[in-house]
Design a protein around this ligand. Structure first.
Ligand SMILES: C[S@@+](CC[C@H](N)C(=O)[O-])C[C@H]1O[C@@H](n2cnc3c(N)ncnc32)[C@H](O)[C@@H]1O
Length: 278
């Protein structure tokens, strides 16, 4: 069978098994099985696969058809300029979280050596991207999950700029202080919504990264003691949660709230400033 033919078959198979991106999945997995880039597949669509290659590919497609996320099968995933190691120890970094980083970078522009804390750092995605893209930033990432912190530390070893990574429960308050910016993509799925999530997410990603009621509130409340006057809080929120998050921040005394949509036009980033001259 040629590359073109196996891609067609895998596409049909994965579509029937409920993948929302069957062709993309099929291509990423074939590129991985062959040790090639996706683009290289296109110059080789008429080439037949040998038996070993076909076996390797079948195994990967079988994993995907059991709803294992492509990122976990590949073992790495792109986030901004970084390629991060990803596995079941932490959430797969999402495209909308790249917008969170974008807003942080905009707020930090002009500050030479800002102190930043990423609350619930997971794979380390936000912390590592900020350290990479704002040279001089002093970035700390915390997570309650020892597994996530271990993964983030592995990613930090591969990353271009250092960050401090700590196992810490945000409910005990934030470590350190006088931060220029507190950022968090907290778990924001209500427990009763978990059953309605796609099996790829529900059955594979850590529930401590997904489900959390009151975590956004706890981050916002604890950030007050950790921020310097004039410092910023940047939060990723679930679809539809931006208005209540803005109201929460205003109730707590934050100023200048701003909501930014993701690339799909959904309001997913809320930021506000702790009062003070800075
Ligand atoms: C939605 S994930 C975000 C991961 C990563 N920042 C990202 O954007 O890809 C939320 C993270 O918060 C962590 N978390 C949940 N409850 C926490 C708590 N009480 N204290 C610290 N971290 C917590 C989870 O372990 C998880 O890694």
């Amino acid at each position: 069978m040629t590359l073109g033919a196996v891609l067609r078959r895998a596409n049909e198979h994965l579509a029937a098994r409920g993948s929302e991106t069957p062709r993309l999945d099929a291509e990423l997995l074939l590129a991985h099985a062959l040790g090639r880039s996706r683009i290289e597949l296109y110059t080789d669509l008429d080439r037949p696969l040998n038996a070993d290659e076909l076996d390797r590919y079948r195994e990967l497609v079988a994993r995907r058809s059991r709803h294992e996320p492509v990122a976990y099968i590949l073992g790495e995933w792109g986030f901004r300029r970084l390629t991060l190691k990803v596995d079941r120890r932490a959430l797969i970094p999402r495209p909308e979280t790249e917008m969170v980083v974008e807003r942080c970078l905009a707020l930090l522009r002009g500050t030479a050596a800002p102190a930043v804390i990423d609350v619930g750092t997971g794979s380390g995605a936000i912390a590592l991207a900020l350290a990479d893209e704002h040279p001089g930033a002093r970035v700390t990432g915390i997570d309650v999950s020892p597994d996530a912190v271990a993964l983030a530390r592995e990613n930090a070893l591969r990353a271009p700029a250092p960050v401090e990574l700590l196992e810490h429960d945000l409910l005990e308050g934030l470590p350190g202080g006088s931060y220029d910016l507190v950022v968090s993509n907290p778990p924001y799925v209500a427990a009763e919504e978990l059953a309605h999530l796609m099996p790829d997410v529900r059955d594979w990603e850590p529930h401590v990264a997904l489900v959390g009621e009151g975590v956004t509130e706890a981050v916002a409340a604890n950030a007050i003691r950790a921020l310097r006057p004039g410092g910023w809080l940047v939060l990723e929120v679930g679809d539809g949660q931006a208005p209540e998050t803005v109201a929460l921040l205003e109730r707590l005394g934050y100023r200048d709230p701003r909501v930014t949509p993701d690339l799909a036009g959904r309001d997913r980033v809320v930021e506000a400033r702790w009062p003070g001259t800075g």
